[in-house]
Design a protein around this ligand. Structure first.
Ligand code: PNS
Length: 159
């Protein structure tokens, strides 16, 4: 069984993330969305809130599950019997940092492969931080994040 981990902060999950999850779920037997539990990053949503939103929007995909992790990504993969790290690439600016992380993860555990998936062009401008910026000023979130989680985001900003 080929298990892939799609790691990230998902603060919150966007339509771009969801697109990668759906496409990865067709390539691997199981996709585990790994939600980074790192208080240093000062997320808007708690790890449980982020996990709940991901579970809600991936409910219909049978081979996708979600779990939180802290510490090293390679340790999470080992714990989950996974061998592939899925990363989405949107713009050229993503490349340098992702390249560095892929090489570091390779150095930490050469058995794991990082697989990059190109974003769907319609989602290339979406990021969790942009979503938060729009939400903060009560802008429209339709098309940026899955409709089911818009109320959760609105609630955070009281709008
Ligand atoms: O959505 P993000 O914040 O860009 O995701 C970053 C993430 C979670 C993939 C990265 O920070 C990570 O893998 N953190 C776990 C700690 C770790 O393994 N660090 C060494 C490799 S970068």
């Amino acid at each position: 069984m080929r298990i892939a981990v799609y790691p990230g902060s998902f603060d919150p999950i966007t339509n771009g993330h969801l697109d990668i999850i759906k496409r990865a779920s067709r390539l691997y037997d199981k996709v585990i969305v790994g939600v980074l539990d790192n208080i240093n990053k000062k997320p808007l949503f708690s790890v449980n809130e982020r996990k709940k939103m991901i579970e809600q929007v991936t409910e219909g995909i049978a081979n996708v599950e979600c779990d939180a992790f802290s510490g090293l990504l390679v340790d999470f993969l080992k714990q989950k019997n996974a061998e592939v790290i899925i990363k989405g690439l949107r713009i050229v600016a993503d490349f340098e940092y992702e390249f560095q992380m892929a090489l570091l993860n390779k150095a930490l555990n050469p058995e794991f492969e990082t697989v990059f998936m190109m974003t769907n062009s319609q989602f290339s401008y979406i990021s969790s931080s942009m979503v938060k910026e729009v939400a903060k000023y009560s802008g429209g979130l339709e098309g940026l994040v899955p409709g089911q989680i818009i109320p959760d985001i609105r609630k955070k900003y009281n709008n």
